[in-house]
Design a protein around this ligand. Structure first.
Ligand code: ZN
Length: 283
């Protein structure tokens, strides 16, 4: 492919990444496939469609009052999505239209397109790192901190992969073009990315609370990337750091063991047992 064509295609990808539907009557916008929520990269709901029969955004709008049908939205969407949907302004008697997400007025500019392009490159790089194909962008400082943690080498390796977001989470596999069910292996409800599995999954939340680490979880929640999250963890006071690492490592093992979904059984462990398992393997 010629350079010119490659540039044009790249330009189109950038354009697509930056577009968002502004809702008029919602009849042109597909709830599950179109970008319409002002959040994240896909700008789509985090709720999984499952067997929900709703298709177009217009079905979520109460036509008599021309406002969002709150009851219906609460019934069908994940808690993270509900306030976001309800915050979207509706434009009575106007058609849906496509706008540029990165400008308050929806206007496209080369400067903001450039920013989107840089973000795309960063993401592509972090996905490829999982496949071991490009140089590792993690600083030597983080590298040293990982290796200083007093834990077995297998856990260093686990943290290393966490820094690169290269664990085979279902969303990571799907991004590499594999078609699969991307719902969380534990709760079977939401897309399984690192943020969900380690921080937001309701079963993980129970563990954080049980280990009195809820403060730590809340501190990690706003992190924008796996690397940023790991850097926060590595900067925690020694005791919290070890327990958090012990939890993350154990939680990943538990997720992989396959006792998931309907049959998921919570295994109660004390903080000491968590750290013991990290250091010495399962009892
Ligand atoms: Zn889950």
């Amino acid at each position: 492919m010629s350079y010119v064509w490659r540039s044009i295609l790249k330009g189109l990808e950038v354009l697509k990444e930056g577009l968002i539907w502004r809702i008029g009557d919602g009849s042109n916008v597909n709830i599950w496939k179109d970008p319409w929520l002002p959040r994240g990269v896909t700008r789509q709901p985090s709720t999984h469609k499952g067997d929900c029969e709703l298709e177009m955004v217009t079905e979520l709008i109460d036509t008599s009052s021309f406002s969002w049908n709150q009851a219906l939205i609460t019934q069908h969407f994940h808690l993270d999505d509900v306030p976001l949907i309800l915050s979207i302004p509706l434009r009575a008697q106007s058609e849906d239209f496509i706008a540029w997400h990165f400008d308050g007025r929806g206007l496209f500019s080369v400067k903001s397109a450039y920013k989107v392009h840089v973000e795309m490159l960063k993401r592509e790089q972090s996905f490829q790192v999982g496949q071991g194909s490009v140089a590792i962008p993690v600083s030597t400082e983080v590298f040293k901190k990982i290796w200083k943690v007093q834990c077995p080498p297998k856990t260093h390796h686990f943290l290393w992969r966490l820094a690169h977001n290269s664990h085979p989470l279902y969303m990571n596999i799907a991004r590499r073009g594999v078609e699969l069910d991307t719902r969380c292996a534990v709760c079977h409800k939401f897309f399984e990315d690192g943020g969900h599995l380690f921080l937001n999954c309701k079963f993980a939340k129970q563990r954080w609370r049980g280990l009195l680490l809820e403060d730590v979880r809340l501190k990690l929640l706003p992190c924008q990337s796996a690397l940023e999250m790991l850097e926060e963890v590595l900067d925690l006071p020694e005791k919290d750091k070890l327990l958090t690492i012990a939890f993350l490592w154990n939680w990943w093992q538990e997720r992989n063991r396959g006792n998931h979904g309907e049959n998921y059984q919570s295994i109660d462990r004390s903080s000491t047992q968590y750290v013991d398992t990290l250091m010495n393997g399962p009892q």
